[in-house]
Structure formats: C-alpha cells, structure tokens
Design a protein around this ligand. Structure first.
Ligand SMILES: [Zn+2]
Ligand SMILES: [Zn+2]
Length: 94
C-alpha cells in the first residue's frame, strides 16, 4: 500500500486544494506569463523571477512555495494519515 518512491504531496497548506497539471499561475505584475508553477519550483519561465510565495486559486491565500510540498515521512507531523485510515475503514466496513 505504501509508495516505493518518496514523492511529496502537493497541496495548499491552508485549504488542502491540490493543483492539477492544467492549472496555471500568472506572473503579474512582472511579465504576464501563464505556467504551472509547480513544474518549475516557483520560477517564472518568462522572466526567471522566483516567486517565494504561491497563491492558492481555491482559497486565495498566499503561502510560501515550499510549504505546498508535503513529504510522506518528512519533518512535518503527518495528519494525512488519518484520511487514509478513514478510507480503509470505510472500504473494510462495506
Ligand atoms: Zn515572469
Ligand atoms: Zn488554498
């Protein structure tokens, strides 16, 4: 059940909204490029500026770009484990 590779879960640290591949962020007011900021680690491909903070399209709040990355067994206490536990309980109860 565990992922063999360690990859971060990417979601908004404020509301847990998850960006999809087709989501785009705009480099404003700098160059206006639209791109997926998680493909470049917050760096605009148009002008090369690094955005230290990333705005969530869902809740509209700005969070440090690195805070969007949630590592499975990183330093943060994982509270996403409860979600998986609840899911397996539901499956098992059926
Ligand atoms: Zn730019
Ligand atoms: Zn959010």
């Amino acid at each position: 059940m565990r992922h063999p590779m360690k990859e971060p879960q990417i979601y908004c640290p404020q509301c847990k909204w998850r960006p999809a591949a087709e989501d785009r962020w705009s480099c404003v007011p700098s160059c206006g490029t639209s791109w997926n900021t998680f493909w470049t680690g917050g760096v605009c491909p148009g002008c090369g500026i690094r955005w230290e903070k990333t705005q969530c399209p869902a809740c509209g709040k700005l969070s440090p770009h690195k805070d969007w990355y949630h590592w499975p067994d990183g330093s943060e206490p994982a509270n996403e484990a409860t979600q998986e536990d609840l899911a397996s309980v539901k499956i098992g109860a059926d």
